[in-house]
Write a protein of this length. Structure first.
Length: 273
């Protein structure tokens, strides 16, 4: 198995290569500081995995990943970066993994194991529950909703966070006021904020209707919930003791949201029981 590593910083590149060789998971580790050299390599060879720095001078790692996939469609991509704001863009081009610098050996190994596990899973039949499910919700790491493998793009970040909170509540109905307290972390639920919440809920419903997945969300008499039967979710499979879901959890859960820390702690504790 061949892995390609591309980073314009020599010391970081060498350290990453050293860690990759230490894993003993690859027959061949190729390192490049120039994106053109990496692309030229793929003209005459193939690779199963690429670790790419996002912030590079010639072209971004996101652009490089797209060009690599044109040459080698089956290649899996793990992005290495010091900037968490690139996460959504990374997953929009179907990145397999995402690591924030500085990268530790254990986290790198866990990410590689997860990605290689994805490759193995693609070569076997999926469980009957998920094979017919077009909507997949990812909670480990950053929160994302995917339709047929492509991220659902929300017009308002708070609309995305609101449904993330409902996913965290695992199908239980939650009141408007409780949602506001959790997501906004604000006890002052005055009339102006109630109107703002109305705007966010309307934006959420509009997005779900635009993608024709409105059935994953229910609202009645001021109470809201997600409908777990309508989507696949790594959190729910973890709670049902699905081995692949348990192995895919690497200590991070809905990383952008502070209110998710309680569930993150519960999941981490579950692994140690």
């Amino acid at each position: 198995m061949t892995v390609i590593c591309v980073d314009d910083e020599a010391l970081i590149l060498q350290r990453t290569v050293t860690m990759l060789k230490k894993t003993k998971k690859f027959d061949n580790v190729e390192a490049f500081m120039e994106v053109k050299e990496a692309l030229d390599y793929l003209d005459g060879a193939s690779a199963q995995l690429a670790l790419l720095d996002i912030d590079m001078p010639e072209m971004t790692g996101l652009e490089l990943a797209e060009k690599m996939k044109d040459k080698c469609p089956e290649i899996k991509i793990i992005f290495l970066t010091g900037y968490s704001e690139y996460a959504v863009d990374a997953y929009a081009i179907h990145a397999s993994g995402y690591l924030l610098k500085p990268i530790g050996y254990d986290k790198l190994v866990a990410e590689i194991d997860y990605v290689l596990g994805q490759v193995q899973a693609e070569n076997v039949s999926a469980p009957s529950k998920t094979s017919d499910t077009r909507v997949r919700i990812e909670t480990f790491g950053y929160f994302n909703i995917l339709l047929d493998g492509k991220p659902v793009v929300f017009k308002r970040n708070k609309a995305k966070e609101l449904i993330a909170c409902l996913v965290d509540r695992q199908g239980k109905f939650v009141s408007r006021k409780d949602l506001f307290y959790i997501v906004w972390e604000d006890d002052d639920y005055d009339r102006a904020k109630q109107k703002y919440l109305d705007t966010i809920i309307r934006s959420l419903r509009d997005t779900l209707e635009e993608y024709k997945i409105s059935d994953i969300f229910e609202m009645e008499k001021g109470l809201m919930r997600v409908v777990p039967e309508k989507f696949d979710c790594d959190l729910y499979r973890f709670l049902n003791k699905d081995r692949q879901a348990i192995e895919s959890f690497r200590g991070e859960y809905m990383s952008s949201y502070s209110w998710a820390s309680e569930t993150e702690g519960f999941l981490s504790d579950s692994l140690n029981m």
